[in-house]
Design a protein around this ligand. Structure first.
Ligand code: RP5
Length: 173
């Protein structure tokens, strides 16, 4: 897509926290970061594993709201407990991204994230790149409710996307 928006990443307290269970999740989660950069929404990125760094997860989720974060995007694969555990410990909206696992192609991640018990919601996205991108767009839509500049840029992003769709398919597009 040709449309690019200059990022404004200099705010001290970011609005969005992007967390992931492992460095290996970053190629997927980067798509959430990329769309937030395009829309000029501030964010931070952290590796926070529910299983390997449970104390880090506790500290992150418990302090997220007081630090000024507005929403959390959490990506994990396999036994993907990170989004649900984060949601259990913060009142902020949590969007979960199932990372495509090597053994079960991400169906394990999806089912781990989506089947939350009633009362502890995680907004679960699609497996992989599309899910991460859409998590970024949803987080931006939350911020857009409070920030007219982000709302205008999100409208422009969506209009540019619509504009970019050709009516007639061609060979070698
Ligand atoms: C999960 O285990 C992570 O979210 C990652 O998707 C998966 C594999 O992690 P690594 O073994 O690649 O670190 O906790």
């Amino acid at each position: 897509m040709a449309f690019r928006m200059e990022a404004t990443m200099s705010t001290e307290t970011p609005e969005i926290g992007i967390i992931m269970g492992s460095q290996s999740d970053w190629p997927t989660m980067k798509h959430a970061a990329d769309v937030l950069t395009e829309l000029g929404v501030s964010f931070e990125t952290r590796i926070v594993s529910a299983h390997r760094t449970p104390d880090r997860l506790y500290d992150y989720a418990k302090t997220a709201k007081d630090r000024g974060l507005k929403c959390i995007i959490a990506g994990a694969g396999g036994a993907a407990h990170l989004p649900g555990m984060a949601a259990a410990m913060t009142p902020l909206p949590v969007f979960g991204v199932p990372v495509q696992s090597s053994m079960l192609s991400g169906k394990d991640s999806l089912l781990s994230i989506v089947q939350m018990p009633g009362g502890v919601p995680v907004g679960t996205l699609a497996i992989g790149k599309a899910g991460a991108k859409n998590a970024g767009l949803l987080a931006a839509a939350v911020i857009a409710l409070m920030d007219e500049g982000v709302a205008e840029r999100l409208d422009a992003w969506r209009a540019a996307q619509t504009e970019s769709v050709a009516e007639i398919p061609v060979d070698d597009a």
